[in-house]
Design a protein around this ligand. Structure first.
Ligand SMILES: Cc1cc2nc3c(=O)[nH]c(=O)nc-3n(C[C@H](O)[C@H](O)[C@H](O)COP(=O)(O)OP(=O)(O)OC[C@H]3O[C@@H](n4cnc5c(N)ncnc54)[C@H](O)[C@@H]3O)c2cc1C
Length: 372
C-alpha cells in the first residue's frame, strides 16, 4: 500500500494547479496519476521534430482571460508569446471574419447593400457593439432581419449541426440566437484583456507548474487499477465523475473529435491559423499550427476536426453536452459525491462542464481555497 497525503487523478490543468498549490502553500506531498503517457491533459503540445512546428495534440489552444489573478498565476510558469486569435469562416467560398463583423458584411454583400446594412446597424445599436442575432431579428427592420437570417444560415447552422450532431430543427433558438454580429472592424476572435500562448509551449509550462520536490507524477496509471493500492488523506478526482461511480446511475454523454493531422510540403497552406467550414466538408475547422508561435519551416502541419460521439476506449471525452437531462444526471452524481469524505471532484470531466483554460485554473484555485 502506497501512502500519500494528496492523491490527484488527472495531470491536466486542474490537477496540476491543485498539486502546485498543495505543495507550495501547504507543503504537503502530492501524487498525481494519469492514464495517458504525458502530462498536461488536453493542453499537451509537442514539437514535431522533422518540421520544428509545435502541434497541439488535442486541438488548438489559445489562452485568453479577463481574470488578472489567473493570468498572473500562470505567468509565474511561462513567458507569453503575444497572440491575438483571428478566425475566418469560409462562406460561399469567401473567407470572412468571425465573429461576423462590418468587414465581413462588405466581403459578402454588394457595396451599396453592405453600406446600407452598416449604417442601419450603427444607427440602431451603436458602434463596437455585439448584437445577438435573436435581437437583430426582433428589430422588425426587414434588412436587419435578413442579415440575422443570413448569419444564422451561413455562419451558425452548418457548423453547429456538424459540431453537435443534431438536426437543425432540434436546435434551441435561444442558443443559436446568442451568436453575435459584431458592429466593429475589430477582427479578433476574443476581446479579452490578456491573450497569448506559452512561449515555449503548453507542455513546458505544465512541466514548470509541477516541478516541485513534493510533487510526484505517475503516468500510464489508471485510477481504476490502483484505487485499492493507495492510501491517501485527500483525493482530488479530475476524471469523469460517472466513471468514478462505475456508471451506477448511467453514462454522461460527450461529443468527441477525430482530429486528423496532415503535413504538407509547402510553406503555408492557409491565410491564417484557423478556418471554419460551416457549409463545406465534414470537418468543422482546419488549423495551421505554425501560426500560433510564429514558427518557420519549409513545410506545414494542419489538423482537421471531424466531430463525433464519444465512445469509451475509442476516442476522448471532449465536450460535455449541455442538455437538461444530462445536467440532472450530473446533479445526481454530484449529490452522491457530497456524501464522500475528503474526495473532491473538479475540472472539465469532474464538473461535467466546458471550461476554458482560465476557468479551469480559477476553479482549481478556488477549490484549493475551499479545502484550505
Ligand atoms: C478541442 C478543444 C480545444 C480547446 N481550446 C481551448 C482554447 O483555445 N482556449 C481555452 O481557454 N480552452 C480551450 N479548451 C479547453 C481546455 O482544454 C480545458 O479548459 C482544460 O484542458 C481542462 O483541464 P482539465 O484538467 O479539467 O481536464 P483534462 O485536460 O481533460 O485533464 C484530465 C486528465 O485526467 C486524466 N484521467 C481521467 N480519468 C482518469 C483515470 N481514471 N485515471 C487516470 N487518469 C485519468 C485524463 O487522461 C486527463 O489527462 C479546449 C478544449 C478542447 C477539447
Amino acid at each position: 500500500m502506497t501512502k500519500v497525503t494528496n492523491l490527484i487523478v488527472g495531470c491536466g490543468l486542474t490537477g496540476m494547479v491543485l498539486a502546485e498549490r498543495l505543495a507550495s502553500i501547504r507543503q504537503e506531498d502530492v501524487l498525481i496519476i494519469d492514464r495517458r503517457d504525458h502530462i498536461g491533459g488536453n493542453i499537451y503540445d509537442y514539437k514535431d521534430k522533422n518540421n520544428e512546428i509545435t502541434v497541439h495534440q488535442y486541438g488548438p489552444h489559445v489562452f485568453h482571460t479577463n481574470n488578472r489573478q489567473v493570468w498572473e498565476y500562470l505567468s509565474r510558469f511561462t513567458e507569453w508569446h503575444r497572440f491575438m486569435y483571428r478566425v475566418k469562416a469560409v462562406i460561399d467560398g469567401i473567407e470572412v471574419n468571425i465573429p461576423f463583423n462590418l468587414d465581413s458584411l462588405h466581403k459578402v454583400f454588394p457595396k451599396q447593400m453592405a453600406e446600407k446594412l452598416e449604417s442601419k446597424l450603427i444607427e440602431k445599436f451603436g458602434f463596437n457593439k455585439k448584437v445577438p442575432i435573436l435581437e437583430l431579428r426582433q428589430s422588425k427592420d426587414p434588412d436587419l432581419e435578413f442579415l440575422a437570417e443570413y448569419v444564422y444560415q451561413k455562419v451558425f447552422l452548418g457548423y453547429t449541426v456538424k459540431q453537435w450532431g443534431v438536426k437543425p430543427e432540434d436546435l434551441d433558438p435561444s442558443v443559436s440566437g446568442r451568436i453575435p454580429v459584431y458592429i466593429s472592424r475589430d477582427d479578433r476572435y476574443f476581446q479579452d484583456k490578456y491573450q497569448g500562448i506559452p512561449a515555449e509551449g503548453y507542455t513546458a509550462m505544465a512541466d514548470k507548474i509541477i516541478s516541485h520536490p513534493l510533487i510526484k507524477v505517475r503516468l500510464k496509471t489508471d485510477f481504476r487499477e490502483i484505487r485499492e493500492q493507495i492510501d491517501c488523506e485527500r483525493l482530488f478526482f479530475t476524471g469523469a465523475i460517472d466513471e468514478y461511480f462505475d456508471y451506477e446511475l448511467g453514462r454522461l454523454p460527450y461529443r468527441s473529435l477525430d482530429i486528423v493531422f496532415k503535413t504538407y510540403d509547402k510553406e503555408y497552406l492557409q491565410s491564417g491559423p484557423q478556418l471554419n467550414f460551416p457549409e463545406n466538408y465534414d470537418y468543422t475547422r482546419s488549423v495551421e499550427y505554425k501560426y500560433y508561435l510564429d514558427e518557420h519551416s519549409s513545410r506545414t502541419i494542419l489538423s482537421y476536426e471531424y466531430p463525433c460521439p464519444y465512445e469509451e476506449g475509442k476516442n476522448e471525452r471532449y465536450y460535455p453536452i449541455p442538455e437538461e437531462k444530462n445536467q440532472k444526471l450530473f446533479d445526481a452524481y454530484r449529490e452522491k459525491a457530497t456524501r464522500l469524505k475528503n474526495v473532491y471532484f473538479a475540472g472539465r470531466l469532474g464538473d461535467y462542464k466546458y471550461y476554458n483554460m482560465d476557468q479551469t485554473v480559477e476553479r482549481a484555485l478556488n477549490l484549493f481555497e475551499e479545502v484550505k
